[in-house]
Design a protein around this ligand. Structure first.
Ligand SMILES: Cc1ncc(COP(=O)(O)O)c(C=O)c1O
Length: 356
């Protein structure tokens, strides 16, 4: 039987959403597709209260790290690193042949506006990258405050945010964040299967891309935009089946409302944190805990691998700590469609197994 996924993605997808993928295919050049795709773009803009252009690509979220490296960074980026995924973004930009400096913060701690301003003052950066929600540590960086501070002094720096494991649950309103690119993967808080990447792109980012040579093809965000402007379609063949599911899920999300969905994630995070503090400790710096995944310090030295084996018999799955944090921490994912009652249910099972 299927194990319910309380891991930080992929997360549980409602059956009615999964079923959308079984609809007969359509071509991606006729009007029928344009209607589907423009509908999705409208719904995404509505859900995220934005007029920024948004694109949905057939790839996982990592594609936007490559897009950043190939099409947005001109020469040198400041990359904020406080976990495994922000490290991956820094390395990707470097591997695209651009210079990077790393603002390194210990795992478990957040990146603050003043740390970034200090670094920006000392170097000649054209891009800033940060991870909204470090899935490896459960730390949520203050992206709104950072945007306000950085854009006031450095309006021309491209502010790029990996919101892969937050957007769709945590609140993301691009104009208020003042970001130039913010992106996510569908298998996280949007509660869809993996395979699509969603990115909001500012006018400034499109202008920047024009100035950056060798953008490739799949990673040419300007080319993707030009095709959208001409045809309201994607330049290469998209995963139409997943787009059906996204279209359907966006209707469900709009019905819940962005505020309602955000509040449900706040409630799940708060309840999980209180539960964690009763038995263990939270891993992230206080005040910077993720809304979509709670990383809990294993202060009782319990066997996390063993727990997951027992949970599997009850058809649940949580996550061990990431990398070096394995067994030292464990992670409960509460993103997408889960409710406080669902999280209470999995925690009750943990209590029984571990005799807490
Ligand atoms: C914060 C963060 N960034 C990037 C990624 C990579 O996303 P994908 O596997 O969808 O490319 C992940 C995946 O877990 C993530 O959690």
């Amino acid at each position: 039987m299927h194990k319910r996924l309380f891991i930080p993605g992929p997360t549980e997808v409602p059956a009615e959403v999964l079923e959308q993928q079984a609809k007969p295919l359509i071509g991606h050049r006729p009007k029928e597709f344009t209607e589907l795709y423009t509908g999705i773009i409208d719904k995404l803009q509505k859900f995220h209260s934005t007029e920024q252009w948004v694109t949905v690509l057939t790839a996982s979220g990592t594609i936007f790290m490559d897009i950043t490296g190939r099409a947005l960074v001109k020469e040198k980026a400041l990359c904020c690193v406080n976990g495994a995924f922000s490290k991956r973004c820094a390395e990707t930009i470097r591997d695209c042949g651009k210079e990077i400096d790393i603002l390194d913060v210990d795992w478990g701690y957040a990146i603050k506006p003043e740390m970034i301003l200090e670094k920006l003052a000392s170097g000649n950066y054209d891009t800033l990258s940060i991870c909204h929600n470090e899935t490896s540590t459960g730390v949520r960086n203050p992206i709104y405050e950072i945007g306000k501070a950085v854009k006031k002094e450095y309006p021309d720096i491209m502010y790029v945010i990996d919101s892969v494991s937050a957007m769709g649950g945590d609140k993301v309103e691009p104009e208020k964040i003042q970001c130039d690119l913010i992106y996510a993967s569908t298998q996280k808080a949007y509660a869809l299967p993996p395979g699509l990447a969603i990115g909001f792109v500012s006018e400034g980012a499109l202008k920047r891309a024009e100035e950056v040579p060798d953008r490739g093809r799949y990673t040419d965000i300007k080319g993707i935009y030009d095709y959208w402007m001409k045809k309201q379609q994607t330049p290469s063949t998209p995963n139409v089946s997943l787009l059906y599911a996204l279209d359907y899920q966006l209707d469900r999300m709009l019905k819940e409302t962005a505020e309602g969905r955000y509040q449900r994630h706040v409630d799940m995070a708060k309840w999980t944190q209180d539960w964690a503090k009763k038995h263990f400790e939270m891993f992230p710096e206080p005040g910077y805990e993720s809304l979509t995944v709670s990383t809990i310090k294993n202060t009782q030295g319990k066997n996390v691998g063993g727990l997951n084996k027992e949970l599997a018999k009850r058809y649940y799955m949580i996550s061990n700590g990431y990398g070096n944090l394995k067994e030292k921490t464990f992670r409960i994912g509460h993103m997408g469609e889960w409710t406080v009652a669902d999280v209470q249910d999995v925690c009750k099972n943990i209590e029984e197994i571990w005799e807490l």
